[in-house]
Design a protein around this ligand. Structure first.
Ligand SMILES: [Zn+2]
Length: 53
């Protein structure tokens, strides 16, 4: 699965996420939401993937 760095659109917290085939993000949190503010909207930081597993 592709991995990328995203930031929370609400508070700016960065997360290293996995990207599903449909382009949705898999957050490293229990809820799939930002653990700081609870938002579920994230922005990609870079176009380049940081890894592939
Ligand atoms: Zn947040």
């Amino acid at each position: 699965m592709r991995r990328e760095v995203v930031t929370c659109k609400e508070c700016g917290q960065p997360y290293s996420v996995r990207v599903r085939d449909d382009g949705s993000f898999v957050l490293p949190t229990e809820t799939g939401e930002c653990e700081r503010c609870g938002a579920n909207q994230f922005s990609q930081v870079a176009d380049e993937p940081i890894g592939d597993d």
